[in-house]
Design a binder for this molecule. Structure first.
Ligand SMILES: CC(C)(COP(=O)(O)OP(=O)(O)OC[C@H]1O[C@@H](n2cnc3c(N)ncnc32)[C@H](O)[C@@H]1OP(=O)(O)O)[C@@H](O)C(=O)NCCC(=O)NCCS
Length: 147
């Protein structure tokens, strides 16, 4: 079993590790520090009983709208719905705060992430051509709207 809890500065080394094993362009240590210090961001970590960090998620709220900024699951823990558990944790918190619309952007080729988001109720609303670098790729903009 894993426990999902709010992440803090003490999780920085584990989040740096997750970034390097999960992304072609990992967020820098500075970006992660700013995220953990930002009043706009809420960050959760999924931690195993032997204190391994299996996943993290960064959610940002601006002017009453939510955005899923980042979610990743350690490759050793993928395919067990840890991703879904993290997104559902975020959606519960957004709902608790009265946020009715949450958005995200994702690489067009990222099939596991697209599947995860669609499973969690996000729908495709727009495409941003050549939005990403390394490799150059379109972004799919998704929204999950209540009601
Ligand atoms: C995207 C990511 C978070 C998913 O984590 P996970 O714990 O494996 O996610 P889940 O198990 O909850 O859901 C993944 C879904 O994709 C499906 N899937 C897995 N590989 C797939 C593939 N190659 N093609 C299509 N669907 C795929 C799974 O079957 C599952 O769907 P299901 O629940 O209907 O069976 C993880 O792959 C990851 O960390 N990727 C790298 C970082 C990333 O791309 N983050 C998202 C952009 S910020």
């Amino acid at each position: 079993m894993v426990t999902v809890r709010r992440a803090g500065m003490e999780d920085l080394p584990a989040l740096n590790h997750l970034e390097t094993v999960c992304f072609s362009l990992p967020w820098s240590d500075n970006t992660l520090r700013e995220m953990l210090e930002s009043p706009l961001d809420t960050v959760w970590a999924a931690v195993t009983p032997n204190r391994r960090t299996a996943a993290y998620l960064d959610y940002r709220e601006v002017a009453g709208e939510g955005e899923l900024m980042r979610v990743c699951v350690d490759p050793a823990f993928r395919g067990r719905h840890f991703g879904r558990m993290m997104v559902e944790t975020m959606l519960r918190e957004a709902k608790r705060r009265g946020v009715t619309a949450v958005t995200l952007e994702v690489r067009a080729s990222n099939a596991p992430a697209l599947r995860l988001y669609e499973n969690c109720g996000f729908r495709r609303e727009a495409v941003r051509k050549d939005y990403y670098d390394s490799p150059k790729e379109d972004a799919i903009i998704m929204w999950r709207r209540e009601g």
